[in-house]
Ligand binder design. Structure first.
Ligand code: SF4
Length: 464
C-alpha cells in the first residue's frame, strides 16, 4: 500500500469488514510465469533472452517436422514417449509447427499429462477410434462457400480464409481439411494467398448488402504480411455495408513475442482499427487461448501493447479433455484472460474432428463447467459455452438442445435463424458414455435407430 493509501486506511478505522479479505496468494490468475525457463530444453541452452523474445528467432526456430521435434526433446523425455509421439504423428491429420516458446511452456517431466503437449503433440497410445458419425469439415464450411475460402452461412456475416498457414498447427483444428501441408492421412483443400481469389471474395462481399460482419481467419492472420493486413482491411472497409471486421489469430497464445517485436504488423493492425473507427466501423482481434499456462508475462506485455492502442481482443477457447474440462482450470483461464485484457467470448464444445476423439468431451461436461464459471467474474468477461452444430447449424448454446440422451450421447439442436426447420445433431465421445450407450454404438445396426429415436423425441418436444 502506498503511504497515502495507508493513511486513508488509518482514517476509516470504523469500516466493518463483512467478509474476511482474500489472501492475495490465492489470486492465482494474477500469478504469471514472466518468461518460461526455456534453457532447460537442451536445444535452447545457449539462447539469449533477447533471442527468445524476438519473433524472428521464434519463427525461424519453429519446428515443422516430427523427427526434428522429437530430436529436440530426446534428452528430456523417455524413449517410450518418443516412440508414442512418432506413431501419433504418423496417424494425425494435422501438420506440425511448434514454436520454441510453446515447447518451453510444456512440463517435460510429465509430458503425458501436460495440457499444452496434449493439444499439439499427438500420442498413439492416447488415440481413440473416431466416432462413426465424424468427418473432416464437420461444420460443412465448404458447402456454404460461394467462393473458395469464403463461407457465407449466417445472413449478416461471412468467414474469409485468406491463407492456409498458421504460426502453430493444432491437433484439433476444425479446418484440418485445409490448414497446413498435406499429411500421411489427409490431402488438403489449399487456400493459398492468391490475389485473384481474394478479389473474387471481396466482389462477392460487395454484392451482398446483407453482410455486415467479416471474420478474417485462416490459416492465421499472424502469417499475413503487414501490407496484406492493410490490403484486406482497406478492401473490406471500403465496402459500405461492412460494419465489423474480426482479425482472427492464435498467435498471442503461441508466439506473443510478435506483438512486441514485429512493429510493422502491429502498426498495420492498428491502422486498420483506426481507419475503421473513423468510418464508425469496428475492427477487433479474435484469439484462441485454451489453458491458463499459455498466458505468461510476455503475453501480458503483448496484450497491454494492443490495449494501449485501443484494440479489443476477444478469446475463443475449445473445451478439451485433460486440458480445460474442469471448473477449476476453466475458471482460472477465464479470470486470467480478463486480467490481461482479453475478453473470454466463447468456449466451444470440441468439433467432430478426425483423430481427436481423446480430446472431445460430452455436452453435459460443458454444461457443468459453464455452471461453475458463471458468476466467478463479471458477466461481460464470462464466455458462452456453445456447440458448433455439425452440418452447418452454427453456434448453439450448449444447454439449448431440443433433446439430449446422455446414454447414447446424442444431442439435437435447432437453428431457426440459420436453417429454419432443420435439426442438427451432436455426438458425445463414445468412450465417455455409460455401458448401455457404448454397447449400442458397437452395433452398426443401432446407429440409425439411435439417431431416429433422438430426432423423434426432439420433434415431440422431449428434452430428455
Ligand atoms: S491456429 Fe487455428 S486455424 Fe491454425 S491450426 Fe490452430 S486451430 Fe487451426
Amino acid at each position: 500500500m502506498t503511504s497515502s493509501l495507508a493513511d486513508l486506511a488509518k482514517r476509516f478505522t470504523d469500516i466493518v469488514p463483512l467478509k474476511p479479505p482474500v489472501d492475495p496468494a490465492t489470486l492465482t490468475h494474477k500469478q504469471l510465469v514472466e518468461v518460461p525457463d526455456f534453457r532447460r530444453i537442451p536445444a535452447y541452452k545457449d539462447v539469449t533472452d533477447a533471442q527468445f523474445l524476438d519473433h524472428h528467432w521464434q519463427a525461424k526456430h519453429s519446428i515443422t517436422r516430427p523427427d526434428k521435434l522429437l530430436n529436440a526433446l530426446r534428452d528430456l523425455v523417455s524413449a517410450e514417449f518418443i516412440q508414442d509421439a512418432t506413431e501419433g504423428f504418423s496417424h494425425a491429420p494435422m501438420s506440425v509447427r511448434v514454436s520454441p516458446y510453446l515447447l518451453s511452456l510444456i512440463d517435460w517431466s510429465d509430458p503425458y499429462k501436460d495440457p499444452l503437449r496434449t493439444q499439439f503433440i499427438p500420442l498413439r497410445s492416447r488415440m481413440l477410434p473416431d466416432h462413426p458419425k465424424l468427418g473432416l469439415d464437420s461444420l460443412h464450411e465448404r458447402e456454404d462457400a460461394p467462393v473458395a475460402g469464403l463461407t457465407h452461412r449466417y445472413i449478416d456475416k461471412a468467414l474469409f480464409l485468406p491463407l492456409d498457414t498458421c504460426p502453430v498447427y493444432c491437433r484439433f483444428c476444425t479446418r484440418s481439411y485445409a490448414v497446413g501441408v498435406d499429411t500421411e492421412e489427409v490431402e488438403k483443400t489449399h487456400f493459398k494467398v492468391d490475389e485473384e481469389r481474394w478479389a473474387k471474395a471481396f466482389a462477392y462481399i460487395a454484392s451482398r448488402p446483407e453482410l455486415e460482419d467479416i471474420v478474417v481467419s485462416g490459416g492465421d492472420a499472424y502469417n499475413l504480411r503487414a501490407e496484406q493486413i492493410r490490403q484486406i482491411g482497406d478492401a473490406l472497409l471500403a465496402i459500405d455495408h461492412i460494419q465489423r471486421i474480426r482479425i482472427a489469430t492464435k498467435g498471442p497464445a503461441v508466439m506473443p513475442q510478435k506483438i512486441l517485436t514485429d512493429h510493422d504488423w502491429v502498426d498495420a493492425v492498428t491502422q486498420v482499427v483506426e481507419a475503421g473507427r473513423k468510418l464508425h466501423k469496428e475492427v477487433v482481434v479474435h484469439t484462441h487461448f485454451n489453458h491458463p499456462n499459455e498466458i505468461t508475462g510476455i503475453t501480458r506485455d503483448a496484450m497491454n501493447r494492443l490495449f494501449e492502442r485501443g484494440i479489443t481482443v476477444r478469446n475463443q477457447s475449445v473445451m478439451q479433455r485433460g486440458v480445460n474440462d474442469t471448473p477449476e482450470v476453466m475458471r482460472l483461464l477465464v479470470k486470467r484472460l480478463g486480467h490481461v485484457h482479453v475478453h473470454p467470448y466463447y468456449v466451444y464444445v470440441h468439433d467432430l474432428v478426425k483423430g481427436t476423439e481423446d480430446l472431445r468431451t460430452t455436452v453435459s461436461t460443458a454444461i457443468t463447467v459453464e455452471k461453475h464459471v458463471r458468476g466467478s467474474t463479471a458477466g461481460f468477461n464470462t464466455p458462452t459455452f456453445v456447440v458448433d452444430a455439425p452440418g452447418g447449424g452454427g453456434k448453439r448454446d450448449a444447454h439449448s438442445f431440443e433433446h439430449y440422451d446422455r446414454t447414447t450421447g446424442i444431442s439435437v439442436y435447432q437453428a431457426p435463424s440459420v436453417k429454419p426447420g432443420k435439426l442438427f445433431v451432436y455426438f458425445d465421445p463414445i468412450d465417455q458414455l455409460p455401458e448401455e450407450g457404448r454397447t449400442r454404438w458397437a452395433d452398426p445396426a443401432q446407429h440409425e435407430v439411435m439417431l431416429e429415436e433422438a430426432l423423434a423425441k426432439a420433434r415431440a418436444g422431449l428434452r430428455w
